[in-house]
Design a protein around this ligand. Structure first.
Ligand code: GLU
Length: 427
């Protein structure tokens, strides 16, 4: 009987399909990895016969060095960890931690015909453990690849904080003159239902077939497996815990749509040249920047610990409101909250982003917003996600300490849209 990892020939309906049998994920289907790396599901009831062509070797064979193909662009893939590059050996249960070009091509064979790949292991961590130090590490690793003259860099990353990292590198890689594309995956590369191949190949197509420069994120457009959305690194967010199309562009249309199946790219944003000289503008890893979410029935003492911080991002309600005005006798706490916000804003930059995620801050609509501005809270008229706003605060404090309050509300890396367009909502 054929086992996971065996090379098989499946007699299915009127076809014969050859590939590697994948571990069972659904009792009604078998999954076969084709030579392109693409996994297909075949209904068990329609399978006539499975022949084993080659039994999986139990000793891991050393992958052969792969010669580069003439005329193909060079792309470097930096691995930082997460599901996208995780690979389990089903005979031993071990997770592979090495990351060589040969192993990348073994996981993603379809890349072979698009680009010559180099692979660098930067870290192998879960993305929730990312710190400012890791952003600096990634930025330096990108700089190294830029110096080698690559056409683009792909960063494989866990999905949970992918949008924090894409924002961080958007700021840290000032004037970047190549595309740097983050990819993640919601299902690991060795699972039949993986989304990693399509995400990674689409990122490769984006790099080789367009002239975009900057930092981007490339993930599934919907729950089927044929198109990806490329979003700007500063205007994107994980909006679902588990769906393949969890990453959505926020307050802006996508940069491009990659049709993986038809091998076509629909360019939506303009392909702009890089501005200025490429240089690293890193994060000060010692900074303490907080994020505080306002909610109902709040107490002023919840804000007390931030007195020891360097900056604070307030996730306020809707247009930029918080409880700092007393409307009835139950609200005595509001006066204390206002006093504390004022004290914090005197000591450090205190900025605002909206809990709504979509839309723009307008603190001139309600008296609470106007009052917050009087207390020194910055960020009026911005439309950044709270995560991008948090990263921007930290980056400004690291690189433009004297100008944080002014620059926070100015567009530096496409993080603030000029206009609010309807195409920016629920894309
Ligand atoms: N917490 C993990 C991470 O973000 C989940 C795995 C993944 O999404 O890649 O790294």
């Amino acid at each position: 009987m054929a086992k996971a990892g065996d090379k098989v020939k499946v007699f299915y309906k009127k076809e014969t399909i050859e590939g590697v049998l994948m571990p069972e994920e659904d009792s009604k289907f078998i999954f076969v990895k084709l030579d392109s790396g693409y996994n297909i599901g075949l209904k068990k009831s329609l399978v006539k016969k499975i022949d084993v062509v080659k039994v999986k070797k139990s000793v891991k064979s050393k992958s052969k060095k792969i010669a580069s193909k003439k005329g193909l662009p060079k792309i470097s893939i930096l691995n930082t960890g997460g599901t996208i590059t995780s690979k389990v050996d089903y005979s031993t249960g071990a997770v592979t931690a090495k990351f060589t070009p040969e192993e990348v091509l073994e996981l993603f064979p379809a890349v072979r015909n698009i680009a010559n790949i180099d692979a660098v292991m930067v870290r192998n961590i879960m993305s929730e453990n990312m710190r400012f130090d890791h952003y600096n590490l990634m930025a330096k690793a990108v700089e190294k690849e830029v110096k080698k003259g690559v056409s683009g860099v792909i960063i494989a990353h866990g999905t949970d904080t992918l949008h924090y990292s894409s924002a961080a590198l958007s700021f840290a890689l000032e004037g970047i003159n190549i595309p740097v594309v983050f990819v993640g995956s919601q299902r690991s590369s060795d699972r039949p239902s993986t989304d990693s191949l399509v995400n990674l190949v689409s990122a490769t197509m984006f790099i080789t077939q367009t002239k975009y420069k900057g930092v981007f994120l490339c993930m599934h457009e919907n729950n089927s497996d044929n198109t990806c959305i490329v979003s700007s690194g500063t205007k994107v967010r994980k909006m679902h815990t588990s769906r393949r199309d969890a990453f959505r562009p926020i307050n802006t249309p996508p940069v491009a749509i990659i049709d993986y199946e038809k091998k076509k790219i629909k360019k939506i944003a303009k392909e702009k040249k890089a501005v200025g000289k490429f240089q690293l503008k890193l994060f000060n890893p010692k900074l303490k920047v907080g994020m505080f979410k306002f909610h109902t029935n709040i107490y002023a003492e919840q804000l007390e610990p931030y007195k020891k911080f360097d900056a604070l991002l307030l996730e306020a309600f809707a247009l930029g409101q918080a409880q700092i005005i007393k409307q009835d006798a139950f609200m005595t706490e509001n006066m204390k909250i206002g006093k504390l916000v004022k004290e914090l804003a005197r000591k450090m930059p205190v900025a605002v982003a909206s809990q709504c995620i979509y839309g723009r801050i307008d603190m001139n609509v309600y008296s609470e917003g106007r009052e917050l501005q009087k207390l020194g809270v910055i960020g009026n008229y911005t439309d950044m996600t709270p995560e991008t706003a948090f990263i921007k605060l930290a980056w400004l404090l690291s690189n433009h300490k004297k100008n944080v309050r002014k620059l926070f509300s100015e567009n530096i890396r496409g993080e603030i849209s000029e206009r609010s367009e309807k195409e920016g909502f629920l894309v």
